[in-house]
Design a binder for this molecule. Structure first.
Ligand SMILES: [Zn+2]
Length: 270
C-alpha cells in the first residue's frame, strides 16, 4: 500500500492543535452538535475562515462528520425533510472550510420501514443536494432495515445514488466497528464492498467493544476490542484510503492506536 494517511476525530474548537499533537495530516470534526438539527455552530475562534486558514497553514486536511440525527432515507417526512436541510447546511459549510468531504450515515427505516422507498429517498436527497465537496455515505452498525448496513443493501443503495444527478460527488466511508457489528468478516470486506460501490474513499478505523453481529456501536481502541486484529489491518492495507480513528481517548491514546497499526502494517503478511 501507499504511505498511510491517518488522523482522528477531534474537537472542532481545538482541531489544528489536536491534529498536530497526534502527528497527523488529516482530522475529522463535527461542525455542530451531532445530536441536533440546529445546523453548523462554529466554536473555532475566528470561525470557518480562520479554521480554513489555520488548517491550510498546518498542512491538515479536514473531514466533516455530519450530525448523527440526519436520516435522509426514512419514510417519516418530519425527519427526512429537516435531515436534507441539515445535510445541505453541513455540505455548504464544509465547502467554505475547504474540507475533503462530508461523512453521513446511511440512515434507518425503522422496524416496518419500506427499504425500497429508503433507497429512492437517498436518490432524491442526492438529486437535490448542491454538493461542492464529496459526500461519503458511511455503513451503519445496527437496525434490521438499514440502507447501509448489510452488503446486499449497500449494493441497492449504490444503484439508487448512482442514478442521481449528483452521483459523481458521492463516495463511501467504511467503518470497521460498524461492519463488525453488522456481522461482516473484516478480512476481505474492502473487496466485497468495493465490488458493489466501486470505491472506498475513507476508512473509519475503530475496534468494537461488542461481538461480531451484535449490532452495537461502541468503539474502542485498536487491539482492545472484539474486532479481528488481522481484519483491521487487512482493511487498511486493502483500501489504500485515508484512515480516521474514532476511538476513545486523548492524543496519547490515539498515538498508541497509530503505533499499533503501523507496527502491524510493517510486518510481513502471515
Ligand atoms: Zn464511523
Amino acid at each position: 500500500m501507499n504511505d498511510l494517511i491517518i488522523g482522528a476525530h477531534v474537537e472542532q474548537s481545538d482541531a489544528i492543535t489536536e491534529a498536530t499533537d497526534r502527528g497527523t495530516t488529516i482530522a475529522q470534526i463535527f461542525l455542530g452538535n451531532p445530536q441536533s438539527y440546529k445546523g453548523p455552530a462554529l466554536t473555532y475562534e475566528g470561525g470557518i475562515a480562520a479554521l480554513r486558514e489555520d488548517a491550510r497553514a498546518a498542512g491538515i486536511g479536514l473531514y466533516v462528520h455530519a450530525p448523527y440525527v440526519i436520516n435522509v432515507a426514512t419514510g417519516n417526512n418530519r425527519v427526512r425533510i429537516p435531515s436534507r436541510k441539515l445535510l445541505q447546511q453541513h455540505v455548504t459549510a464544509a465547502a467554505e472550510l475547504g474540507a475533503l468531504g462530508v461523512i453521513v450515515h446511511g440512515g434507518q427505516m425503522g422496524k416496518d420501514g419500506d427499504l425500497d422507498a429508503g433507497f429512492d429517498n437517498w436518490r432524491k436527497a442526492i438529486d437535490g443536494l448542491k454538493a461542492e465537496v464529496p459526500v461519503l455515505i458511511e455503513n451503519t452498525a445496527g437496525g434490521d432495515n438499514a440502507p447501509a448496513r448489510q452488503l446486499e443493501n449497500i449494493d441497492r443503495l449504490w444503484a439508487a445514488v448512482q442514478a442521481a444527478k449528483g452521483a459523481d460527488m458521492v463516495g463511501f466511508c467504511l467503518d470497521t466497528c460498524h461492519a463488525h457489528a453488522a456481522g461482516a468478516d473484516l478480512t476481505g470486506v474492502v473487496e466485497r464492498v468495493r465490488a458493489v460501490t466501486g470505491r472506498i474513499d475513507l476508512i473509519h478505523l475503530n475496534d468494537s467493544r461488542d461481538a461480531n453481529g451484535s449490532g452495537a456501536d461502541r468503539h474502542t481502541s485498536l487491539g482492545q476490542g472484539q474486532c479481528d486484529p488481522d481484519g483491521l489491518v487487512d482493511v487498511v492495507r486493502s483500501a489504500g484510503a485515508p484512515v480516521i480513528l474514532e476511538t476513545p481517548g486523548d492524543a496519547a491514546q490515539h498515538r498508541a492506536d497509530i503505533d499499533w497499526l503501523r507496527q502491524r502494517l510493517a510486518a510481513p503478511i502471515a
